[in-house]
Ligand binder design. Structure first.
Ligand code: 3NM
Ligand code: MG
Length: 539
C-alpha cells in the first residue's frame, strides 16, 4: 500500500510499548483495539526486543494496520523498516542523522523526528520539504514511559515555541504531534493552548503510548481520546465563556449571583495576604477558606460554587499546589492564578512556569511587571514582588495582556494605574491543525479601566493579592448561565471604585486598610455599578 504523504492523518498516533501490556492482551490486540476505535497512525517502538522477535511482531502489526488502511512507522530500526517495507521511520535527536535516514528510505516514505526546541526546527527547515515529514513535539508532560528521559517537560509553552519556529522558518510542509504524558485530562487543554502566535497552526495530532497500551480496555480508552480530538469546545469552567462587552446591568447581575450563591473561595496564598484576603472575601458575601491541605482539595473543589485563588507566594509544597489545580480543573471549577513576583528570582520563575503548565486557569492576574514578564516583553528582572514604579506605556501593557490571554487561553488582567482585561478563552473553541484561523493576540478585544492611580494602595500590604480574592469570589459565585468575562471585569471595576472611595475617606494607610473593606462591603451590598467611580472603555 502506498500512502500519499500529504493525506496522512496524524490526529491520533499510537506508539507501542509491550512492556506495559495488561494481562490478557498482546501488542497486536491492543493496536487493533486502537485501530478499530480511531487510531490513525501506528509506530512500533520496542526498545528491548531482539531483532528476530521485533520483525515477527512488526509483520503481525503490519497486517492489522493494512486491514484498517493506516500507515505503520518503525522507531529507530531503519533496517527493520526497510526489511518489512513499512510506511516510514521515526528517529530521535541522538539516532541516525536525518539526511542519512532519508537516503536509505527513499523519498516516498514517511520520516518523523523528535524535536524539543526551535534550533532543531531551524535545522529541519534548512533541509527543506524532502527531508522531515512530521515532528514529535515533546516531552510535553512528565511520563514514566520514556525510561531515560534526556529532556525535562516543556509544557504547552514549549510546544508553542516549536510551532512558532515552524512558522518563522517557513516549514509549512512539516506536520506536528505532541507527545509525553498525554491523557484525557490534559488533551483538550493542549490542543486549545498549543497554537502558533500567528494563529495559523495548532498541533496536527497527539501521540501517546500508555493511555492506550496500558489500558485494560483499550477500545474504551481510544474512544475516549477520539471524542476529545473530534470535539470543538473545551468547557473548562461550568459557566459561559463567550466574550461580550460588560455593562452596568451585566455586572449587577453578577453581584446578584454572588450574593445568592455565596461562593466558597479557597485561598492558597502568601502569609501576608491571608487575613486581609479572608476579610475582603467576607465583605463580598463569600466564604473564605485558607486551606493548603492536600488531602482535602478534592472535597473542597466539589462543593457547589467553589473557587480557587492560587497565589504563588504560598508556602505550600508544589505537590499540593499541583493537586489543587488538578482537582479544580477536574470538576470544572474556576482557578484564579496570581503569579506573585513572577520573574523576581530563578526559584519563583521556575515555580510559576511549572504551575502554569499544570492546568487551565479561568483568570491570570498580575501587576504590570508580572504581566510584562509573562508576555516576555520585560527585559528587566523584577525587583522583589511589587510592580515597578514609573509611568507605563498603555499600548505596551495592552499588548502584554493580550499575549498572556492568548497564550494561556485565559482572561488576563494587568493591574496598575490603568487596568487592562483581555478575554483569550476563544469561548473554549479548539481545532487540530488550523489554530485560530489566523486570529492573533493583537486581535483580542481589550477592556481598560483608566481612572487614575490610587497611590495609597501601594502603602498597604496585600492590596493586589486581594483583587485576586475579589475576582475569585465573583467567578466562583456565577450561575451556570453567568458570564466569566463579566465577572472578572466586574471584580476589577468594583475593586478600583472601592479603592478610590476608601482613599477619599481615610486619614493614612492604616485607616485606608479599614476603609477599603468598608467600601467593598458597601458597594457590593448596594449593587449599583452604574454609580461606581471607575469606568470601562474598549481599547
Ligand atoms: N517520546 P506516554 S515522550 C516515546 O519526548 C516518547 O520525545 C517522547 O509516552 C519524547 O504517552 C515518549 O505514555 C513517551 O506518556 C510517551
Ligand atoms: Mg530513538
Amino acid at each position: 500500500m502506498v500512502f500519499a504523504k500529504k493525506d496522512v492523518d496524524y490526529s491520533l498516533y499510537l506508539v507501542t510499548d509491550s512492556t506495559m501490556l495488561p494481562p490478557g492482551t498482546t501488542l497486536c490486540s491492543q493496536v487493533e483495539a486502537g485501530l478499530k476505535n480511531g487510531v490513525t497512525l501506528v509506530q512500533i517502538r520496542e526498545k528491548d526486543t531482539e531483532t528476530k522477535k521485533f520483525i515477527e511482531e512488526a509483520l503481525e502489526v503490519q497486517k492489522v494496520c493494512k486491514k484498517y488502511n493506516v500507515p505503520l512507522i518503525i522507531n529507530d530500526r531503519i533496517d527493520v523498516a526497510m526489511a518489512i517495507d513499512a510506511d516510514g521511520v521515526h528517529v530521535g535527536q541522538d539516532d541516525m542523522p536525518i539526511p542519512m535516514v532519508r537516503k536509505l528510505l527513499g523519498p516516498s516514505k514517511i520520516l518523523g523526528w523528535s524535536v524539543g526546541k526551535p534550533s532543531e526546527v531551524e535545522t529541519l527547515a534548512k533541509w527543506g520539504p524532502d527531508m522531515v515529514d512530521y515532528v514529535g513535539v515533546g516531552t510535553l508532560f512528565s511520563t514514566l514511559t520514556k525510561k531515560n528521559p534526556k529532556k525535562s517537560p516543556m509544557g504547552p509553552q514549549g510546544a508553542i515555541a516549536v510551532l512558532d519556529a515552524l512558522e518563522d522558518f517557513k516549514a509549512s510542509w512539516c506536520r506536528t504531534v505532541g507527545i509525553g504524558g498525554l491523557h484525557p485530562d490534559n488533551i483538550q487543554r493542549v490542543i486549545c493552548q498549543c497554537v502558533a502566535s500567528n494563529g495559523k497552526r495548532s498541533l496536527d495530532g497527539i501521540s501517546l503510548v500508555s493511555d492506550i497500551m496500558a489500558a485494560p480496555d483499550a477500545c474504551a480508552a481510544t474512544k475516549r481520546l477520539r471524542k476529545l480530538l473530534d470535539g470543538i469546545k473545551y468547557q473548562f469552567v461550568d459557566c459561559k465563556l463567550n466574550e461580550t462587552f460588560p455593562t452596568a446591568a451585566s455586572i449587577q447581575s453578577v453581584i446578584c449571583q454572588v450574593s445568592s450563591n455565596r461562593p466558597l473561595v479557597q485561598h492558597m496564598t502568601n502569609k501576608v495576604h491571608q487575613n486581609f484576603g479572608a476579610n475582603v472575601t467576607l465583605a463580598l458575601g463569600s466564604s473564605p477558606i485558607m486551606s493548603e491541605i492536600e488531602s482535602e482539595v478534592s472535597e473542597l473543589a466539589r462543593i457547589p460554587n467553589s473557587s480557587l485563588l492560587l497565589n504563588t507566594g504560598s508556602v505550600a509544597p508544589i505537590g499540593t499546589l499541583k493537586a489543587a489545580i488538578s482537582a479544580y480543573n477536574e470538576v470544572k471549577r474556576p482557578i484564579t492564578f496570581d503569579p506573585v513576583g513572577y520573574s523576581a528570582t530563578e526559584t519563583r520563575l521556575c515555580l510559576n512556569n511549572t504551575l502554569l503548565t499544570c492546568g487551565q486557569f479561568a483568570c491570570i492576574k498580575g501587576n504590570c511587571s508580572e504581566i510584562l514578564s509573562l508576555a516576555k516583553l520585560n527585559k528587566d528582572k523584577m525587583k522583589g514582588v511589587d510592580a515597578s514604579s514609573g509611568k507605563m506605556d498603555v499600548n505596551m501593557l495592552v499588548r502584554a495582556t493580550q499575549i498572556v490571554a492568548f497564550q494561556y487561553r485565559t482572561i488576563a488582567v494587568c493591574t496598575g494605574e490603568v487596568d487592562c482585561i483581555v478575554d483569550g478563552t476563544f469561548g473554549g473553541k479548539y481545532k487540530l491543525s488550523s489554530g485560530t484561523a489566523g486570529v492573533t493576540a493583537e486581535d483580542l478585544p481589550c477592556v481598560i479601566i483608566e481612572d487614575g492611580s490610587i497611590p495609597i494602595m501601594g502603602d498597604i500590604t496585600a492590596s493586589g493579592c486581594s483583587l485576586g480574592s475579589t475576582i475569585a469570589s465573583f467567578i466562583g459565585g456565577l450561575d451556570p448561565t453567568g458570564n466569566l468575562f463579566d465577572a472578572v471585569v466586574g471584580a476589577v471595576l468594583l475593586y478600583k471604585s472601592a479603592g478610590k472611595l476608601a482613599s477619599t475617606r481615610c486619614q493614612g494607610s492604616g485607616s485606608f486598610h479599614v476603609q477599603l473593606i468598608d467600601a467593598l462591603y458597601q458597594l457590593f451590598h448596594e449593587n449599583k455599578p452604574e454609580k461606581w467611580s471607575a469606568s470601562l472603555r474598549k481599547f
